[in-house]
Design a protein around this ligand. Sequence first.
Ligand code: PGA
Length: 243
Amino acid sequence: MKIIIVKDYEEASQKACEIMLEVVKNKPNANLGLATGSTPVRLYELMREDHKKNGTSYKDIKSFNLDEYFGLEQSHPQSYHYFMCKNLFNELDINMNNVHVPKGNGNIDEECANYNQLLADNPIDIQLLGIGSNGHIGFNEPGTPFDSVTHKVDLKQSTIEDNARLFFNGKIEDVPTQAVSMGIANIMQAKKVLLIACGSGKATAVKGMIEDPKTTDLPASALQDHSDVTLIIDEAAASLLTK
Ligand code: PGA
């Protein structure tokens, strides 16, 4: 694992943006694995600014998001499809036919099978990840097998609370309790993984991911076996690292 420790969220976002842009510029038809949550918001803003200022093009880029809430329409303001449009896609020249976010409704078994096929047909060049305070990646909660592929997930209470605080004005009852997520095996197939972790709330998960033995209790620890992982961690999230 390549570990880059930076001062704060802004520096983490700038560094992540450099890495994302390098991929897009070197391979204009790259397949990007994208993430939602509070962590990538500034990164996406920097990518939008770069597109506007420098004209970096996404017209041949394909994107594949990690996950989606179960039971929300794409048009719901809290859906991850909506989040991605608002925070990134609406201001890029990406072809919306090349944008893929798992669907959180309809026939879920069929949707999961289709998403797995899509990922098999379109190997991801770079997979962006955040990390949950409980160590999840995507919505792969503790206990998810490392060989999992796209599947329906029951969200843990800690995830529901984290997301209520950040996105649902603290209203726990509004947060969906289930989601659809790429599995850990799908994530491990990406050629390159870029994970950003900021803030003291991530410090325990970050330590477990890097320093403790691999365990399904901490899904991000699966990344110890990936050959090309870059972790961008701010000082607060790195505060429990000992080595
Ligand atoms: P966050 O979520 O970016 O909102 O902290 C990260 C995650 O749950 O993967």
